[in-house]
Design a protein around this ligand. Structure first.
Ligand code: NI
Length: 391
């Protein structure tokens, strides 16, 4: 059974890896998942929750609660440099976060669950666009759309796995409570007044000078307004203004990211940023606009659910291979699931056998396929445990 399962899953994963698609463009990926599920006789819906991509599969047996297993299916806009025989053939697109592996593990869980004995329903959620909102008109990621579209309504619990390419295969890890950050991408537009930079700077309102003050002032938010015991980050990561050495431009845009572990801290950073922008308007006579394109709450790991999953953890990994870690200021849109129902988000060890290994989002990151089998088994066992415990 295991060999038969892997002989189908490995080629499936390599095909996904070779043909990655970025968020909300996962048309081929959606089709491949659907073909596999059809082949397995698993009922599913493509393009759920008003989206054009993604799949929700349902395996129901008798009366009982609902367990949700989630995988993300999107890739990143970057060029792969792994030299794998099945490296991406699509320009500027790479499965550098391992979502191809997540998708494959969830299909594997489906293979196991369709033959398993249980009472209740398991939903396999293959979610598009985890990495960002990718042009969504309402700036919503795939996870937010799935949750708001009612896909997980009534779920007793949700579980997701994320590969960790620096952690050895056979390990599982999690941070209790707030595990991954509240995060947003922001843009600031500063409207000033252009003019001659040499002859008449006094007749202009220089948005570049104002931007430099705003950036410096905003750096004081984390250092002087947030408790030193609270993790928080404010980063300006891009700035665009001006076209020439002797012209003060009319306006300028900049963007960056805000992170915090807890929602109140995050909200306070945004409030202080608004005050600083208002202050700049008063002090310099500019007009400023603050917009957000992506905003994820923090992932909340449920300790009670983790306790309930001790059996499946022990059976698949051995209880000593479950590590408790510090939270991380990365963002994950599984956060939306975790804010709706009790959830657990685990990192699963996927370290390659090579000497030099890289973290996710690196052009040379390689995931070890040996994590797929335990990942699939754990997801299937976790769903069955949830159905038993919440019956
Ligand atoms: Ni990811």
């Amino acid at each position: 059974m295991a060999n038969d399962m892997m002989s189908r899953l490995i080629p499936f994963r390599r095909d996904l890896h070779q043909h990655p698609e970025v968020g909300y463009q996962e048309f081929r990926t959606t089709q491949k998942i659907s073909e596999m599920l059809t082949d397995l006789g698993i009922t599913h819906e493509c393009a759920p929750a008003g989206m054009k991509t993604g799949v929700v599969a349902t395996i129901g047996k008798g009366e009982g609660p609902l367990a949700v297993l989630r995988a993300d299916i999107d890739a990143l806009p970057m060029t792969e440099q792994t030299n794998l025989p099945f490296a991406s053939v699509t320009g500027n697109t790479m499965h550098a976060c391992g979502h191809d592996v997540h998708t494959t593990m969830l299909v594997g869980a489906g293979m196991l669950l369709r033959n398993a004995d249980f009472n209740g329903t398991v939903k396999l959620v293959f979610q598009p666009s985890e990495e960002g909102v990718n042009g969504d008109p309402e700036h919503k990621s795939g996870g937010q759309r799935m949750v708001e579209g009612g896909v997980i309504d009534g779920a007793a619990a949700c579980v997701a796995l994320h590969v960790h390419p620096l952690q050895p295969v056979g390990q599982l890890s999690y941070a209790p409570g707030e595990a991954l950050a509240c995060a947003s991408f922001f843009q600031i537009h500063i409207a000033g007044k252009g003019g001659h930079a040499g002859a008449a700077p006094h007749l202009a309102i220089d948005p570049i000078l104002v931007a430099s003050h705003i950036i410096q002032a905003a750096q004081s938010i984390v250092s002087r307004n947030i408790s030193p015991t609270q993790p928080a980050v404010f980063s300006v990561t891009r700035i665009h203004g001006g076209t020439s050495e002797n012209v003060i431009p009319d306006d300028l845009t900049m963007g960056g990211t805000i992170r915090a572990m807890n929602t109140a801290t995050y909200d306070y950073i945004v409030e202080r940023l608004r005050q600083i922008l208002h202050g700049a308007e008063v002090a310099y006579g500019v007009r400023t606009t603050l917009t957000f394109t992506t905003r994820y709450p923090s992932v909340l790991n449920d300790a009670a659910l983790n306790d309930k999953l001790a059996g499946p953890v022990d059976a698949v990994f051995g209880s000593s291979n479950l590590l408790v870690t510090e939270p991380m200021l990365a963002a994950e849109d599984f956060a939306f699931y975790s804010r709706r129902s009790p959830s657990m988000f685990y990192f699963i060890g996927a370290r390659d056998i090579a000497e030099e290994c890289f973290f996710v989002h690196h052009p040379r990151v390689v995931m070890n396929e040996a994590c797929i089998e335990p990942g699939a088994k754990f997801l299937a066992a976790a769903a069955q445990q949830i159905l038993k415990d919440f019956a």
